[in-house]
Design a protein around this ligand. Sequence first.
Ligand SMILES: [Zn+2]
Ligand SMILES: [Zn+2]
Length: 170
Amino acid sequence: MAARKDWDTYFMDIAYMASTRSQCNRRHVGAVLVQGKKLLGTAYNGAPMGVPDCSEAGCMLVEEIELEVKDGQETVVKKQRCIRTIHAEQNLLLFTDREDREGATVYVTDQPCWTCANMLANSGIAEIVFHRPYPKDDGKVRLLMEQRGIAFRQLSGYEPPAGTLAEVIN
Ligand SMILES: [Zn+2]
Ligand SMILES: [Zn+2]
């Protein structure tokens, strides 16, 4: 018999399962809301209900200029982003109640972007656990969490469940 999973692994696995619902082929993100050890919501990135999603209408791409720092070297890079979808964390907030969020933990497959982090900071939650890093907004997001007193940690030594990792374009 396999060893019993710890709670972090258990809830991150569920976040990865939720991410497989995403129809955007640029990014599959899943998020879950946990209060105590109770699962109170799951979400993934997707277009609003009743609106064609990326698999039907294609991604809605915008080009953005970004500063990338590698080995202390700053370079300006052009990146394409899909803005058709509501991010998983934002959908999670749209579909859960404020009182369920007070003091709760959000498990999310990817480190939140600045906008999601900013919204999560005002959502009542007390902790964010993520797996894949998102270096672009790392500095300002960490500072925000520190200022807001929200625990913010990356799950290390974690392997997503088989079959939940989609091939994505970057
Ligand atoms: Zn898309
Ligand atoms: Zn986001």
